[in-house]
Unconditional design. Sequence first.
Length: 324
Amino acid sequence: MHVIKRPAWALPESAATPEALAFGIDRRRLLAGTGAIAATALLPGAAAAQRIADAPDPTASLYPAGRNPAFTLDRPVTDEQVNLNYNNFYEFGSSKSVARAAQALKLRPWTIAIDGMVEKPFEIGIDDLLKQVSLEERLYRHRCVEAWSMAIPWTGFPMARLVEMAKPLGSAKYVRMETFKDPSVAPGQRQTWYPWPYVEGLTVAEATNDLAFLVTGAYGKPVAKQMGAPLRLAVPWKYGFKSIKSIVRFTFTDKQPKSYWEALQASEYGFWANVNPAVAHPRWSQASERVLGTDERRPTLLFNGYAEQVAGLYAGMEKERLWA
């Protein structure tokens, strides 16, 4: 997004001296040699070690998963290299070139908390979670509020399955999702003007819609770190900033969560963020989109082309600000 008003004293990230040059040492080797590896405790118990090790992915054999033919595209799939090198992941920087920085993210162990208005809060490791779900591949369009788009072969499972596992109370209306917070590996999280950790939210009805998809892979392999490993969300009828990355917590609540971008710039980014070509962003049109990889201009579709599946979610909500 292009909305950040940094204080006058703030240097751009590009001006920062690389750590290796500043200290003249390889920090990782130093830590390994002294045993002084520190990790930020994100959750109780096993999750306290979340950043300590980056063991080989034990789920690699689950990919490629079978493709669900119900989810097709009106355009070619975006080349994998384009997707791997054009990413919004502010935890690792405000440019699109965050792939290298994101490799510092440690993916094992990775524990996810399920809490709030549920029958019984619990924690589950990502590998144990994947043993309880069936993975499938879906072809989805991805539309950024910045007016560019991709077409992606995501692998994962319906978010409705996680909601079923969570057993929310009948009074729970929303799902609040939270990304990891660890400034020791995520340089963007050292920028105090951002409202860390990254938070997003859906209604329970949106979360249980068949299109809402929890992603664990892409392009027939575990999802890359810069794309939101090991667990991210894909809600293809909404602008891409709703598709939270690297999730560590799902909280069921009766209060509408304030999302990261809403907290940062509410006048431009709202809670619902459904795609609508007729409603411009305050600073640019949403009528068309640039397809990454080809630079083709395409007309933007209402609900990003998924109106048939999701428009009913918003019946009677004409007075709500449904668009970003």
